[in-house]
Design a protein around this ligand. Structure first.
Ligand SMILES: *Cc1c(COP(=O)(O)O)cnc(C)c1O
Length: 371
């Protein structure tokens, strides 16, 4: 009997760096300085360098990073922000937290990312920013998005929560928009041992603004320029993230190699639509998402065979109860709805073996041959 294959396991990433991680935690413990200290500053410098930007300001999580990025740009009630119809709800929440209105734009059905060709028709005199998401780890066509933004004098904020280290035309995601947001949630490609997030930018003024806003609106202790929030990355997480950042490139290569193996093994199987990587873009495979009309039966079959899968995401934001106040009904964003109805994410994580990929692929093939 072969062992179960979970949808995700962090054990294989954390095992080999156990000593370095525990040493990093001990360093913070012994220093007795836990919030906004040397570790946060050091990680911010290292992550900015990795990402090819001048500045990184960490936050408590990715949602706050999106919110604070938009806030730093001055986005507020009465403004409109263009968001993908097909994304995790946090993208929308970060925008609506500012009071702005979200204007959803449908994806390119091949890449699942916001379709640059559809953005222009959604721009109004109230539009202030475009918030593209590099969904599942595939870089958006940022060149096209930046061209539209320039033409209409709009800000661009990348939601890079799923795509640390991906590229569009030799530029890394998170370094292309005016100010960008990412997440260091444990399950992301670069994850802390709890919640974490950050913004990246080349603009010193925006960086300073986020540093102020994340710390109660205070740049100088006990002097508050604005009504900020408390959204800071803990020193412990910053120390651990420095260790994990050193591994990120290797982990990304492993993800890409496992994805390649899936792509080869599943080519032409059943009615599967497999992920595509357009020229000029790279995919860091935060998730391996495929589509099938028989999604629910396939998921059940894999579960019975000890293979974990997930759906990213079963309900698009416009159909969530949380956004019931918006004038959107079923059928409004058919591409996002179709993806939600047919997508299935397969197990994929650094340290997963080729043999596991082969077993997942073989089980899927058997499902379609079974009839
Ligand atoms: C995870 C995620 C977020 C939010 O990050 P948190 O750290 O969980 O708040 C935002 N956008 C996308 C696309 C995500 O996947």
């Amino acid at each position: 009997m072969s062992r179960d294959i979970p949808f995700l396991s962090l054990r294989e990433q954390h095992g080999p760096i156990r000593k370095q991680v525990l040493d990093a935690i001990a360093r913070v413990y012994d220093r007795n300085w836990f919030v906004l200290g040397d570790e946060v500053t050091a990680f911010e410098k290292k992550y900015a360098k990795f990402n090819g930007v001048s500045y990184c300001a960490t936050t408590a999580n990715g949602l706050d990073a999106i919110y604070l990025a938009l806030k730093a740009l001055g986005i507020k009630k009465g403004d409109e922000v263009i968001v993908p119809s097909n994304t995790y709800i946090a993208t929308w929440l970060g925008a609506t937290m500012t009071g702005a209105k979200v204007v959803p734009v449908e994806p390119d059905p091949a890449t699942y990312n916001i379709d640059p060709a559809r953005i222009e028709q959604s721009i109004t005199p109230f539009t202030k920013a475009i918030l593209p998401v590099h969904l599942y780890g595939l870089a958006c066509d940022m060149e096209a998005i930046m061209t539209v933004a320039r033409r209409h004098n709009l800000f661009v904020v990348e939601d890079n929560a799923q795509a640390h280290g991906a590229f569009n035309n030799k530029r890394m995601t998170g370094s292309i928009g005016h100010i960008n947001a990412t997440s260091f949630y444990p399950g992301k490609n670069l994850g802390a041992l709890g919640d974490g997030g950050g913004i990246t930018t080349n603009d010193k003024e925006l960086f300073d603004k986020v540093c102020m806003l994340r710390n109660y609106g205070s740049a100088k202790k006990y002097f508050n320029e604005e009504k900020g929030i408390n959204s800071r990355l803990d020193e412990v997480h910053a120390a651990v993230l420095q260790v994990k950042l050193r591994e990120l490139k290797q982990w990304t290569r492993e993800r890409q190699s496992l994805a390649k193996r899936y792509l080869e093994a599943l080519k032409g199987v059943g009615d599967l639509t497999l992920p595509v990587v357009p020229k000029n873009c790279t995919h860091v495979f935060h998730l391996f998402v495929m589509r099938t009309q028989r999604r629910d039966q396939l998921q059940e079959y894999l579960k019975k065979n000890g293979i974990g899968t997930m759906i990213h995401y079963p309900v698009p934001p416009h159909l969530q109860k949380a956004y019931a106040e918006l004038p959107y009904t079923k059928g409004q964003f058919p591409l996002a709805e179709q993806i939600a109805a047919t997508c299935l994410s397969l197990p994929l994580w650094p340290g997963m073996t080729d043999a596991m990929v082969d077993r997942v692929a073989k089980t899927i093939t058997k499902f379609y041959e079974r009839k």
